[in-house]
Design a protein around this ligand. Sequence first.
Ligand SMILES: Nc1ncnc2c1ncn2[C@@H]1O[C@H](COP(=O)(O)OP(=O)(O)OP(=O)(O)O)[C@@H](O)[C@H]1O
Ligand SMILES: [Mg+2]
Length: 323
Amino acid sequence: MTPFVTIQNLTKRYPPRNGKGEGILAVKNLSLTIERGEIFSLLGPNGAGKTTTINMMSGLLEPTSGEVIIGGYAITKNPLAVKKLIGVVPQEIALYPELSARANLEFFGKLQGLRGEELAKRCDEVLEFIGLRDRQRERIETFSGGMKRRVNIAVGLLHKPSLVFMDEPTVGVDPQSRRNILEAVKQLNQQGMTVLYTTHYMEEAQELSDRVGIMDHGELIACGKQIDLIQQTKVRDAIVLKFLPEQVAQAQSILRDLPFITDLECEGDLGEKLRILSDHGRQALPHIIRALDDHNLIPSAIQIVEPNLEMVFLQLTGRALRD
Ligand SMILES: Nc1ncnc2c1ncn2[C@@H]1O[C@H](COP(=O)(O)OP(=O)(O)OP(=O)(O)O)[C@@H](O)[C@H]1O
Ligand SMILES: [Mg+2]
């Protein structure tokens, strides 16, 4: 089946500000597909090129080269047909602060071609969906960060798009609003909406996505199902043991030659933790406990860290996602 979204060799070079030099190559030759009905996350640190990619996909920014095809329409050739299919929730909150939530929705709804009863009905529905129906007459400038984010999301949903782009929709919100937003994304997806979600939070990509594209410095450095990405890169399990700082050296020498252990690293502010890398963390654990016990060395905490997308990023780039 043809994918719902196909991105082919998409590239964006921003022109240099002073007309000199080569400018910034923000997206480099990016290709990927998104299937109808999936939640696809673009995960990457600040400046990776996520917003630039989304802006090219929504027709806001002209690609330097390459093409985006959504629902069979090429964005550069048939932008209006694409715009009917997509809803955009921009990273920067785009609302009129002095207008009420409802007035903002009515304004943006009209821009999207909604009128009369249909507009009123859709405003009611999206306000209900974001849980702000009882606050709809209040001005945006009196709202909390999380409430503004929710209205920002509602704007992108007004015309019932088949595909919604959500660009870091949880930045700057409290944990409860963040939870609400993540649940809303899942609910929209269950109702059949395809979602392209960008984030620099590994946990969000991990919780939401069917497939993940990892971006760094404008390039897609990995793409696929989470489990496949983790397996492909051969990221190992980690077992973290906490000791008194003066016990760590002894623990290290006891554990160094045990089976299943591939590497040992000290960590923690006082070097009080030992990170043990293993291809078979669960098999290694009993050996570790027994060996330590033989020397009367009891760790005060034990944590098994299963491989995750953060580790995939670390292995591919040598950096942590949020450095
Ligand atoms: N309008 C612009 N003009 C020039 N350079 C730009 C412009 N917008 C973005 N850039 C540059 O392009 C690169 C990618 O930026 P982009 O905003 O796409 O990244 P991002 O992944 O969305 O980052 P963040 O997580 O911080 O939102 C960065 O180096 C940025 O400085
Ligand atoms: Mg961005």
